[in-house]
Design a protein around this ligand. Sequence first.
Ligand SMILES: Nc1ncnc2c1ncn2[C@@H]1O[C@H](COP(=O)(O)OP(=O)(O)O)[C@@H](O)[C@H]1O
Ligand SMILES: [Mg+2]
Length: 256
Amino acid sequence: MESPITKSDISLQKMREVKRLKSVEDKRVGSEVFDRITLKTLYKLANQGHIHLLNGAISTGKEANVFKGTDDKGNLVAVKIYRVTTSDFKKMQYYIQGDPRFNVRSNNKRQLINNWVLKEFKNLNRAYEVGVRVPKPIIAKNNVLVMEFIGDENGTPARLMRQSKISNPEYVAFKILDYVKKLYNDAEIVHGDLSGFNILMEDNEPIIIDLSQGMVVDHPMARELLNRDIDNLIKDFKKIGIEISKDEIKRKIMDL
Ligand SMILES: Nc1ncnc2c1ncn2[C@@H]1O[C@H](COP(=O)(O)OP(=O)(O)O)[C@@H](O)[C@H]1O
Ligand SMILES: [Mg+2]
């Protein structure tokens, strides 16, 4: 594939010398994200061939920054980097407690974030394996998650459902509910933060992202989260002209 990367690229191999990431498009984002351990993590991922270049921020969120990059074969990747300084540990602790996959007793912030990233990776994996369209997870290391880039081959990231004109609303709503059902019944997880802000649109197809909050279905909070996800979806569906009741959605999801 032709690599679209030009001047503003960061070569991870060279970053060691560059130190302060002078070549990053957005310096504020750069210096904020790349603390020493994050840089080390990125070098390691670079040495393993998972990240060759990072070029440009896709998003600066509350807790994580998402960058566009390429791997050493030139494939586009999305790299989500959690900021250790601004993460909401209370929330993370709250969501991770009671998940049988994690035994997080420590108050160590880094450890909590690393587990948080691993949780997102595992949730993506489970979803991917049961046929839910999500970014294919590639690797999680410390506070960095590498995954399939969702967008066109020129490197333009896909748009959020909330910001897209949906030309096929019935199909999109049907697909999303089918994914929620597969997540619940097959992957046995609840997304926990599902709305048009965590669904990307590519070629009229919805793609579910941001599964860090996802919970196993037998977690005591799973029902509450599922209800919230459904309420959010009902609002988003309404915006694209699809009216569907909560009961109807629940019937579809639970397969009753
Ligand atoms: N795999 C991906 N490919 C392309 N863009 C992505 C990808 N993952 C995330 N993004 C973009 O980054 C934004 C933030 O990612 P998200 O996982 O939702 O993190 P958060 O909402 O916690 O900041 C998304 O709204 C989307 O625009
Ligand atoms: Mg999000």
